[in-house]
Ligand binder design. Structure first.
Ligand SMILES: [Zn+2]
Length: 729
């Protein structure tokens, strides 16, 4: 059966099968380059409706028999659909449904009925209208916000795919007529805006994935930066807020242009949304009203959304080949901005902890399968592990090749779809290295290595030299993950180490080093640069772990406290019961030999059980003295201060132990209220009855099984050199 016959057969079935697009054989649309929309929209925001005309230009490559299909939202009425000055085609209308969101669609199929070849260009005119579909409010629920939000999911322009996934790219000119007090924003450049304020034309000459139309009674603010128009569309007249964002936008556009390459669009707009979204789209960001007013957003989420203009919103994501864009955006915004402050290793450690906490055998998947974040495990993998993979890629090729590869990847893949395999090609060409093995293991396999330093010895060599021999193992089941492994070696008399890079391609690696002096300490992966499965014991305990644990035991003091303090502790213990039908163990410290498995809450300074925590506190340099507590060299009198320490549960069992010592009964309600907000801290000090937080700290990360100390001493790790030596400020 040749193609022509096949087509005829399906022509008939198409008339009868509702939603026939799902059973249509894979004859792909032979489109060359992006389609072009010239759209005119007459918007009636009060009625949430529009009258639309689209002149669509399609560039075809082959003379093949195929059917050109377009999809519009099924709720629109259809007016004329025509191909001017051409009688070679027939137009068929059928009903269909989008796979995602089950949106009702109208399918418009264009078939050639003559034997003449397909023309190079086809111009098709569509006229239609009616209620517009807002994917942010699919049920059209009553809302205080009169705003309009239309995207590809609205099907407000004819689309070539009814499915999610990479569609054909498009360029467009969008003219919108609207009421005088409204403003309408889209991608690309604003070409015309009438003085009266009732018509605007946006033009996107770069291929886009979809078309957005966002309208509201916005207050518009404007600035200009090196030829890029900057806008802020706010729901209230707040020039100060707009200026704050303009300053941040300029700073980050400059930073990322220097890092990667020219900003890809003629404008950037901040658009306020009454819903609390945090979206970065091509040439604009759509941020919630509350979100844009948090002062820290300007230097955290905002640079992330701006950077998406390079990664994801101009180099597009091919979701069938691994969404690399979130990990790369997080790596060069969230991570790099902290790395520039010397906190890159802390951020990377957080990613390893998230993977330990959320990812397990049943929900793990390889990076190549990451499409979008749907929950905490997919975020821990798609963002956290992906950025660790990129960091290890940087170790493989070196900083200069890493930056070169990113710049070339951007230059070559801009306005096209790209996947992890394309990223590999750019890195191979920039570095001249074969990275197929690295990518095969890190992107096509799930899991990660469990690293252990299994041997470290040294012998005298020559007159004054020493030879250090080490053995490192990957203890996970399955083959080795290829790693460029940093090793820090301190020799006696030197406070700072020498960093060596080892190539680990097998599960066991032995290496020897000739040293000038006697080795004092050796530490594998000193800056937390390798994605690996942490040992639970390595994770610095924090109060969030105790709050999050299932069925923690509560251990009450039997003596030594005033009645009001004791009552307060019981109130605290009661507040920890989430589900009154489940019995959470409540014990007295005199029976503490029988504490069940799991995490612990321990109350009171005199609690007998708490004595077991003292070695850990001493280890962290915390001194419990007669009249005061010394933490990190700072002194806090027992009087009027409350202390909360979270440590590993002592003994063999897993879990954390949080020790709460209140200064008075009156301070306890405040502790109950405030402590859940300090989840990532291991040590907290509060003052007074309020009580007011005066100290918060995390315990240092102590990698286990990666270090060997030959001689005790003071070994420091100098700050790491960040990827670049310039920062956005
Ligand atoms: Zn993102």
């Amino acid at each position: 059966m040749d193609k022509r016959e096949l087509l005829k057969f399906f022509q008939w079935t198409a008339f009868f099968a509702l939603g026939s697009l799902f059973f249509w054989p894979g004859i792909s649309l032979a489109l060359e380059g992006p389609v072009h929309h010239k759209i005119w929209v007459k918007l009636d925001p009060d009625q949430k409706s529009a009258q639309i005309k689209d002149i669509l230009t399609v560039h075809l490559i082959e003379e093949n028999d195929f059917v050109l299909k377009f999809y519009l939202h099924g709720d629109f009425w259809l007016g004329a659909i025509k191909i001017p000055d051409n009688t070679d085609f027939i137009i068929e209308i059928a009903r269909a449904q989008a796979t995602e969101g089950k949106i009702p669609l109208t399918e418009i199929a264009i078939r050639k009925i003559t034997d003449l070849p397909w023309p190079e260009f086809l111009i098709i005119e569509f006229e239609y209208g009616g209620k517009v579909f807002n994917p942010q409010n699919p049920e059209n629920a009553p809302s205080a916000d009169p705003g309009i939000f239309l995207s590809g999911a609205s099907y407000f322009y004819p689309q070539t795919l009814a499915d999610s996934g990479p569609a054909d790219l498009m360029t467009f000119q969008l003219t919108v007529d609207h009421p005088d007090d409204w403003k309408v924003v889209s991608q690309g450049r604003k070409m015309v805006e009438t003085k009266k304020g009732n018509r605007v034309i946006w033009e996107a000459v770069n291929p886009m994935e979809e078309i957005f139309l966002i309208a509201n009674r916005f207050h518009k603010f404007q600035s200009l930066h090196n030829g890029v128009d900057l806008y802020a569309y706010l729901l209230k007249p707040e020039p100060e807020l707009a200026n704050k964002y303009f300053r941040a936008t300029k700073k980050y556009i400059d930073f990322y242009e220097k890092l990667i390459g020219p900003y890809p669009y003629p404008k950037f707009a901040l658009i306020e949304n009454s819903l609390q979204t945090g979206y970065g789209m091509a040439s604009f960001t759509f941020l919630g009203s509350k979100i844009i007013r948090f002062p820290f957003i300007l230097n955290t989420s905002y640079p992330h959304e701006i950077l998406h203009n390079w990664w994801g919103n101009s180099v597009y994501i091919d979701p069938e080949n691994g969404n690399w864009a979130e990990g790369l955006t997080a790596y060069l915004s969230d991570h790099l901005l902290l790395d520039l402050q010397g906190k890159g290793n802390q951020y990377r450690l957080q990613q390893l902890i998230k993977n330990l906490n959320y990812v397990n055998e049943s929900n793990d998947f390889p990076l190549i399968n990451f499409k979008w974040r749907t929950d905490m495990p997919s975020q821990a993998i798609g963002y956290g592990k992906m950025l660790m993979m990129l960091h290890m890629l940087r170790l493989q090729v070196g900083d200069a090749s890493f930056l070169k590869a990113l710049r070339e990847f951007y230059r070559d893949r801009r306005f096209r779809f790209a996947g992890l395999d394309d990223l590999r090609i750019s890195f191979e060409s920039a570095s001249g290295k074969d990275l197929s093995n690295f990518f095969a293991h890190w992107t096509y396999r799930k899991g990660g290595p469990e690293l252990k330093l299994t041997l470290a010895t040294h012998t005298l060599a020559g007159s004054s030299g020493h030879e250090l021999r080490i053995k490192v193992q990957q203890a996970q089941s399955g083959p080795a993950f290829p790693i460029k492994l940093p090793v820090a070696i301190w020799t006696q008399g030197n406070a700072t180490p020498e960093i060596q890079m080892l190539d680990m391609t097998e599960k066991t690696l032995t290496a020897s080093f000739s040293l000038q002096g006697e080795p004092g300490r050796v530490l594998i992966d000193p800056y937390t640069e390798i994605f690996r499965k942490l040992d639970r014991k390595e994770v610095p305990p924090a109060i969030g772990q105790t709050y999050g644990s299932a069925l923690p035991s509560r251990i009450m003091p039997t003596e030594g406290d005033f009645p009001d303090v004791l009552m307060g502790y019981h109130e605290f213990a009661q507040s920890l019961v989430k589900d009154s039908s489940v019995m959470t163990p409540l014990l007295n410290d005199d029976k503490s030999g029988l504490v069940p498995n799991g995490s612990l809450w321990i109350f009171g300074r005199t609690n007998a059980y708490a004595r077991r925590l003292k070695p850990q506190l001493e280890n962290y340099g915390v001194k419990l003295k007669e009249n005061e507590v010394v933490i990190d060299g700072k002194s806090f009198p027992w009087k009027d201060h409350s202390f909360v320490f979270t440590l590993q549960r002592p003994g063999e069992q897993e879990g954390s132990a949080t020790w709460v010592i209140a200064s008075s009964g009156e301070s306890i309600p405040g502790l109950i209220r405030k402590l859940p907000h300090y989840g990532k801290y291991g040590v907290l000090v509060f003052k007074g009855k309020e009580p007011e937080n005066t100290f918060k700290g995390s315990w240092p990360f102590q990698p286990s099984g990666l270090m060997k100390t030959f001689h005790p001493g003071k070994y420091t790790l100098p700050p790491q050199r960040p990827l670049v030596d310039y920062s956005p400020d």
